[in-house]
Design a protein around this ligand. Structure first.
Ligand SMILES: Nc1nc2c(c(=O)[nH]1)N[C@H]1C(S)=C(S)[C@@H](COP(=O)(O)OP(=O)(O)OC[C@H]3O[C@@H](n4cnc5c(=O)[nH]c(N)nc54)[C@H](O)[C@@H]3O)O[C@H]1N2
Ligand SMILES: Nc1nc2c(c(=O)[nH]1)N[C@H]1C(S)=C(S)[C@@H](COP(=O)(O)OP(=O)(O)OC[C@H]3O[C@@H](n4cnc5c(=O)[nH]c(N)nc54)[C@H](O)[C@@H]3O)O[C@H]1N2
Ligand code: SF4
Ligand SMILES: [Mo]
Length: 709
């Protein structure tokens, strides 16, 4: 629906077409765009910029401009598939759904309710994520549901909950970045991974801001920096302790803020003053002491500043510690809760924020409630109309769910919106876990590597074939719109879950006919929780161009775009400063595996690549993975640019094309992870988990490298 507020510039309109306002399905920027709909065929035929949405103001990145090409892609799954005689063969929805419900019921009868696992993803709308959490608990009665945000946002979430008492990715709206005199980016390749956010950083620099980037690679983002701290992978907490040491030593802290708004300063001070002087930190991190001094002074002397971090710091077996360290910087300098002051995590997936608030996580109920909290349980059971004895407790985290499949504790999996055969760490083991299942159901719109192993494949609708809301990296709840009918017999995920529930005799709890029906229930279920959406309606989103949460119904005027202006979300209103002693990564280089391996992203591909590897323009730009090697290391190992290298870790090995580049530390190599099978970087990665967030250590392990003749 086009309204006055989002009416397109007239010259975008073509005869016979309609412009449907929506948002890009990929990253957490959730850039606004129009789908061009051809009225005669009812099909999306292109994309146009939308200037009315403040976050991207018409800008899009190379993935956004071709995203529409997936919608009517020839490889879309258009019918359910059932494996017969070893082959996936077309079937009717009735046949597929009867089989799924029947097998789930049978396995639960034999092995108990928790034998069914659900493994999801947050490329889905809030409505779908909400239904998924309820589907697990109410239709299937299993505690075993978790999702790919465990690999993405879980360390940032746990860190923020501990430090500031609430987990809203960015504590500020994007435009606060332009008011900052200094920006620290820790483990974020913003230019490639949140491309339209880089405009905010450019504008801040035009206003005189200085940029500090903490990354083992001189990425396109790091090239913009005034100070680039190219640390050894896995050493963020030590580096930040060094920055804190200098800030305290040189009195660049805000003692009044520390005294009135925080707890825990003295213990942290004792630790960093004792063990983290710049020369001590230089030995751990490989970053020169002068650069640590310089970065601390740039941040400490500025009046305003933002600290933002992403997966580089978080995807570690101490990701939570790293997040606490970065938040310490904001707290000791009082640079939080004021214009141009704050920061937080850069949410990855399109709905990485909303998708982690409404019950897809193993230990969570809607509204960011804890499943172990008796009051939360009682409230949600009332909303859902079930008895509390029917509501399961907490399940296990995503990687542990996969491991439980390997031990046959989970015998059937409903996998939707994720491709763990490519994206999970140590995926040679993951293949065994998936193959050990008695029954695998996958809902996807393409036949992903994981879907190819399934017993039943269910064709899902793509984002542009359904309505719903997502919550962007800032915590702004926005609307995506249905532009065309699903291709073939594809159906939205909420429809599929509803139909399975009906066959399990639980249809009365899933009586929804539209995403808006679901949203109305989500509002009620989230009411009073930390992520309170009760004051948000589809109409209000429309009117205000998105609504920031928390948005309680009884406080409609609340402006929560910038958080913590008066108080933090802990019961006493104070933030917690943590003393974070540095611990080494799960695996560090040794004589047999002498180098650091880190993995991450390219601007042209998205996640496990099932979507972007199907789009010709993106494949032309980045047809295959490679390993980035510093010229010194290449010379030492006899590797040549364009030649092949074999990488070997304790989990697996693979051959890759060598890209010799001076933009990486000489002791570290980098591989992008967007490809499957023998091209998958996750053959190599270490599944060591953070003890709190259960986040795997994608960002560092020990690797051996040799030339392949
Ligand atoms: N083009 C593109 N954009 C995306 C995505 C995509 O797949 N492709 N995915 C989206 C999603 S889901 C996510 S989670 C985000 C991820 O966004 P980012 O976190 O920005 O992306 P990554 O490339 O995973 O990692 C960022 C940087 O961390 C660095 N790094 C490695 N080890 C360390 C370390 O020990 N410490 C520090 N400080 N840095 C380290 C890497 O060199 C890398 O440049 O991107 C989102 N946007
Ligand atoms: N080595 C290494 N591994 C990593 C990372 C890393 O940095 N390094 N990063 C991790 C991170 S941050 C993330 S987020 C994960 C992501 O990894 P995955 O969870 O595997 O994410 P996707 O590749 O997006 O997989 C989503 C699948 O669901 C489908 N899909 C998309 N939308 C929908 C929908 O609405 N409904 C349904 N049913 N299907 C849909 C897509 O076609 C695709 O096949 O990878 C993690 N793995
Ligand atoms: S920056 Fe992110 S949301 Fe925007 S167009 Fe690119 S992938 Fe899509
Ligand atoms: Mo992610």
């Amino acid at each position: 629906m086009t309204t006055a507020a989002n009416a397109p510039a007239r010259n975008l309109m073509r005869p016979g077409e309609e412009l449907v306002p929506t948002h890009c399905p990929f990253c957490g920027m959730q850039c606004a765009m129009y789908m061009r709909l051809d009225r005669a065929t009812g099909k999306v035929v292109g994309v146009e910029p939308r200037y009315d949405f403040p976050v991207n103001g018409g800008r899009m990145c190379p993935k956004g401009v071709v995203a529409f090409e997936q919608i009517n892609h020839p490889e879309r799954l258009t019918r359910p598939l059932i494996r017969k005689n070893g082959e996936l063969q077309p079937a009717s929805w009735d046949e597929a759904l009867d089989l799924v419900a029947g097998r789930f019921r049978e396995l639960q009868g034999r092995y108990g309710k928790d034998t069914i696992g659900l493994y999801g993803g947050v490329s889905m709308t809030n409505e779908k994520c909400y239904v998924a959490g309820k589907f697990a608990r109410v239709a299937l009665g299993t505690r075993n549901i978790d999702y790919n945000g465990r690999f993405c946002m879980s360390s940032a979430a746990a860190g923020a909950n501990k430090a500031v008492g609430i987990d809203r990715g960015l504590f500020n709206p994007w435009n606060d970045v332009e008011l900052a005199e200094v920006i620290i980016l820790g483990g974020s390749n913003t230019a490639e991974c949140h491309p339209t956010a880089i405009g905010y950083i450019w504008r801040a620099r035009d206003n005189g801001a200085r940029l500090v980037v903490i990354d083992p690679r001189r990425t396109p983002t790091a090239r913009l920096a005034d100070v680039h701290l190219a640390l050894r992978p896995g050493t963020d907490s030590a580096l930040v302790n060094g920055l804190l040491h200098v800030l305290i030593r040189d009195n660049l802290i805000d003692q009044a803020f520390i005294d009135s708004r925080t707890r825990g300063f003295e213990a942290m001070k004792e630790l960093v003053m004792r063990d983290y002087a710049p020369d001590q930190v230089a030995r751990i991190t490989g970053v020169k002491a002068e650069l640590i001094e310089k970065a601390a002074h740039i941040y400490g002397e500025a009046k305003t500043g933002m600290v933002m971090y992403a997966r580089g710091a978080e995807q570690q077996s101490k990701g939570v510690d790293n997040v606490l360290s970065y938040i310490n910087l904001m707290l000791v300098t009082g640079k939080i809760g004021k214009p141009g002051c704050g920061g937080g995590t850069l949410t990855g997936q399109g709905n990485g924020q909303g998708g982690r608030e409404h019950g897809q996580k193993a230990d969570q109920l809607p509204g960011y409630r804890k499943i172990s909290d008796p009051e939360a349980r009682a409230y949600i059971c009332k909303v859902w109309g079930i008895d509390e004895s029917e509501l399961p407790g907490a399940g296990c985290s995503a990687y542990e769910l996969l491991q439980a499949m390997g031990r046959s504790e989970v015998r059937a999996l409903y996998l939707y919106c994720s491709n763990p055969l490519v994206s999970a760490p140590d995926n040679n083991s993951v293949r065994q876990f998936l193959e050990n299942l008695d029954f695998l159901v996958v809902a996807d719109f393409f036949l992903s590597e994981s879907a190819a192993l399934a017993d039943v494949v269910l064709p899902a609708a793509v984002w542009a074939e359904d309505d719903g809301t997502t919550t962007n990296a800032e915590g702004r709840v926005i609307r995506s719109r249905k532009a065309q009918e699903p291709v073939g017999e594809a159906k939205p995920d909420w429809w599929i879950m509803r139909e399975i529930s009906r066959r399990l005799g639980r249809g009365q709890y899933f009586d929804y006919d539209s995403p808006q029906d679901i949203f109305e229930e989500l509002r009620l279920a989230s009411k009073g929780g930390p992520a309170d959406y009760s004051g948000i309606t589809y109409e209000r989103i429309e009117r205000e161009n998105g609504v920031f949460w928390p948005a309680p119904e009884d406080d409609p005027g609340a402006d929560n775009a910038r958080m913590f202006t008066q108080r933090f979300a802990h019961p006493d209103g104070r933030a917690m400063i943590h003393a974070v002693p540095y611990r080494p990564a799960g695996e560090v280089p040794d004589a047999e595996y002498p180098y650091y391996l880190t993995t991450g992203r390219l601007v042209f591909h998205y996640l496990s690549g099932t979507q972007t590897r199907r789009l010709p323009f993106l494949m032309q730009q980045a047809p295959e993975p490679f390993v980035e090697v510093h010229p010194d290391l290449a010379a030492r190992l006899g590797l040549v640019h364009g030649g092949k290298a074999r990488l070997r870790t304790r989990r697996g090995d693979m051959a890759l094309t060598v890209k010799v580049t001076a933009t990486i530390r000489p002791d570290t190599v980098f591989v992008p992870y967007h490809w499957g099978d023998r091209l998958s970087a996750n053959q190599l990665t270490n599944p060591a988990l953070d003890p709190v967030s259960r986040m795997p250590e994608f960002k560092t392990c020990a690797v051996a490298i040799e030339p392949v003749s």
